[in-house]
Design a protein around this ligand. Structure first.
Ligand SMILES: [Zn+2]
Ligand SMILES: [Zn+2]
Length: 426
């Protein structure tokens, strides 16, 4: 077939998707325990939501968005991240009206036109949690603790919380000037991209991956020495709150993240097992996002975590994914006569209705039952507990035999007794 999945996207096949289900189950339960309610957001939004909310000097908005015009001439974008949509939905539906706080989470596909590499796709899946309507440091601490707890429950090890504050509109300009002075004095050492950043978004100079820029960034002044009183005390509260909960963290003055709307807390959780792409989760506070997209003042803090990356680390660390859901019964038809076919189909349906996972022989390409031997082989391969053999007896009556696949023991049974026996033997 000439038609293939587009570059940078992939199919999640059954051998993998049950592991996804496990990760999402663990995540969903943890979210509930931390008071976050699940919501589902549209996959596309008005382009403006992201160009204004994420910031039009970010890589995401400049180079990575999937923009399109629909048949009604509307400018739309496949969501590159979930936070802006979450804030839009909360404002649109008044979830934080009259000063209420709202703790939300969602998961789903996001889209960015990036160079595909291991663990990075153009359609990728994120888990996203946001606390809206709270400006105190407690919300930041709870969000960081929530993300760390999800990873703890999934069995991830060697994780490190990395923390910074990116200040606020009051103190960031002061820091910006210091950064500009520092980098301008070393302009000749900067890469092409960083020369642009110098003009447009100097904070982004700190996360350049080029070695020479990186060395300059390491020598740059730290923002936490320039924070205003409010940001400084917020930062102190977050740090002591994390210590109080027993979370070790490391400060990283170069952690600014790619998004313009962050204020105060910025954090990542890093895994030692991911090489250069080592963040399993990133988040922080964004008190000005709502206003930047025309909403009311609505402080928020949250995080996003990539499901692909989480699975990569879990596989590398040999974490458990629980048990893959298995078929319990395989219905084997002795032959392809109508009476046996009907009885086999009837038995399979009766068991399924009882909530017992059943596989049966749907036949070959033409729909004919395969041989008894081929069916028994499939039953073995399916790893079922029971094979139910359906045949036509000498008396022309349907006969049923249950075979215990572990012991080989065979018992003649009536159709109405099979479900009970299966359940009793569990
Ligand atoms: Zn500040
Ligand atoms: Zn650079």
């Amino acid at each position: 077939m000439d038609i293939k999945a587009p570059r940078g996207v992939r199919d999640i096949l059954p051998d993998e998707s049950w592991r996804w289900a496990y990760v999402l189950d663990v995540t969903a339960k943890t979210m509930v325990d931390f008071g976050h309610s699940e919501i589902h957001l549209p996959i596309f939004e008005q382009t403006e939501l992201f160009s204004r909310g994420v910031g039009d000097t970010t890589d995401i908005v400049e180079k990575e968005m999937y923009n399109f015009t629909d048949r009604g001439g509307r400018n739309l974008t496949l969501r590159p991240e979930a936070t802006a949509g979450m804030v839009r939905a909360a404002v649109e539906h008044g979830l934080c009206a009259q000063g209420a706080a709202s703790r939300l989470w969602c998961w789903g596909a996001m889209f960015r036109y990036e160079r595909p590499q291991k663990g990075r796709y153009r359609q990728f899946f994120q888990i996203d949690a946001e606390t809206l309507g709270l400006s105190g440091a407690v919300a930041d601490i709870e969000v960081i603790a929530l993300s760390a707890e999800i990873f703890r429950r999934l069995g991830l090890r060697n994780l490190e919380v990395v923390l910074n504050s990116v200040g606020c509109p009051k103190c960031r300009p002061v820091y910006r000037e210091k950064l500009l002075a520092h980098f301008s004095a070393n302009k000749d050492k900067l890469c092409k991209d960083c020369l642009l950043r110098l003009e447009r978004n100097p904070l982004r100079l700190l996360d350049c991956k080029e070695p020479e820029c990186g060395a300059l960034a390491d020598a740059a002044p730290a923002i936490y020495d320039c924070l205003c009183d409010e940001c400084a005390s917020h930062f102190e509260e977050v740090k002591s709150g994390l210590s109080g909960l027993g979370f070790p963290y490391k400060l990283d003055k170069r952690l600014v993240r790619g998004l313009d709307y962050y204020t105060k807390t910025a954090y990542e959780i890093l895994s030692g097992d991911l090489g250069a792409q080592n963040a399993v989760c990133g988040g922080g506070r964004y008190d000005n996002l709502s206003e930047s997209v025309g909403g009311p003042h609505l402080p928020g803090v949250g995080f996003a975590a990539g499901v692909d990356r989480i699975l990569l680390v879990m596989e590398e660390q040999g974490c458990s994914f629980g048990k893959r859901p298995q078929k319990e019964v395989y219905v084997v038809a002795q032959d392809d006569t109508p009476a046996v076919r009907d009885a086999a189909l009837g038995l399979a349906h009766r068991l399924r209705v009882e909530g017992i996972p059943v596989e049966d022989d749907a036949g070959d390409v033409s729909g004919k039952k395969r041989s008894f031997k081929a069916q028994m082989k499939s039953a073995n391969n399916a790893g079922v507990t029971w094979a139910c053999l359906v045949s036509l007896g000498e008396d022309k009556e349907i006969a049923l035999v249950m075979k215990n696949m572990a012991t080989g023991e065979q018992t003649a049974v009536q159709p109405e007794d099979v479900a009970l026996r299966v359940k009793e033997a569990r």
